[in-house]
Design a binder for this molecule. Structure first.
Ligand SMILES: [Ca+2]
Length: 273
């Protein structure tokens, strides 16, 4: 019963809009492109009456996995109790960064909270919408695609850097150099997104001289998109060629190894959660 009171109090300090939900000044963006989202191994699952209540659950979910915030029963009897002391604890923010809410067969809305180890995907037969805490998305990142278990965002750094500084620049902005290793849909999305010649996060600067992504996985897996006759091995850092001027021919958008000291823009990414 105490939980019901808690949510009612939250409701008065909150609102919903077509773009998302605001809880105590904290924004949860609705990703309209994702209409059948699913969170695997959620932190918590609950039935709710409105999406707003799912946001409230996400907001108050504690850092300790599996343990909701405990509110003493006496708090609800005391007009002096400051609920903001619970709600504004930024230490809790990283725990529930995403949630889905929607119909899954019955009449009730199902709310699933996602944490750092949750995987996001599409589920056939559901109409769940996906919301994420906008504070988790660094500045200037644009929603790309839900793939490989995460929600991916991209950002173009148009300033020219060498490869080492490009990696550092992406990291300084909260992301990393983008990896084009999530299949054809992701590759095609990147091709449609980029404009010029960008650094991507792969090189053969290792003792074996094998092209690997920044996470150590092989650039040949699951599939590579090298341009014809590339890599030509004269250089050691991977880039994505942009489209030639005044053409819509994306067949020329492919990977090319170039000198790591080259000064070109960078494609950064972040995967949430
Ligand atoms: Ca080359």
């Amino acid at each position: 019963m105490s939980g019901v009171h808690f949510l009612v109090l939250l409701f008065h300090a909150s609102r919903e809009s077509v773009k998302g939900v605001i809880i105590q000044g904290k924004y949860y963006d609705l990703l309209p492109e994702v209409t059948n989202a699913s969170i695997l191994s959620p932190l918590k699952e609950a039935s709710v009456e409105r999406p707003l209540l799912c946001a409230a659950l996400c907001k108050r979910y504690a850092r300790t996995l599996g343990a909701p915030v405990r509110i003493p029963a006496s708090a609800f009897l005391s007009p002096a109790f400051d609920f903001r002391s619970i709600l504004l604890d930024s230490e809790r923010d990283p725990v529930c960064s995403i949630y889905t809410v929607g119909m899954e067969g019955g009449d009730e809305l199902t709310c699933r909270l996602g944490g750092p180890n949750s995987q996001v995907g599409a589920a056939v037969g559901t109409t769940s919408k996906l919301y994420l805490n906008s504070a988790r998305v660094p500045q200037d990142y644009v929603f790309g695609m839900v793939t490989s278990g995460k929600i991916y965002f991209l950002k173009k750094l148009l300033a020219n850097y060498n490869y080492t500084n490009a990696k550092a620049a992406c990291e300084a902005g909260g992301g990393q150099l983008a990896m084009d290793n999530r299949g054809d849909d992701w590759h095609n999305y990147i091709k449609a997104y980029i404009t010029v010649h960008y650094w991507i996060g792969g090189d053969d600067l290792n003792p074996s001289l094998i092209y690997t992504w920044r996470d150590g996985s092989l650039m040949s897996q699951p599939k590579s998109y090298w341009c014809t006759s590339q890599p030509d091995r004269h250089n050691h850092c991977a880039s994505m060629r942009g489209a030639p001027a005044n053409t819509t021919d994306t067949s020329q958008l492919c990977w090319d190894d170039v000198a790591c000291a080259s000064q070109i823009p960078s494609l950064c990414e972040i995967g949430i959660p």
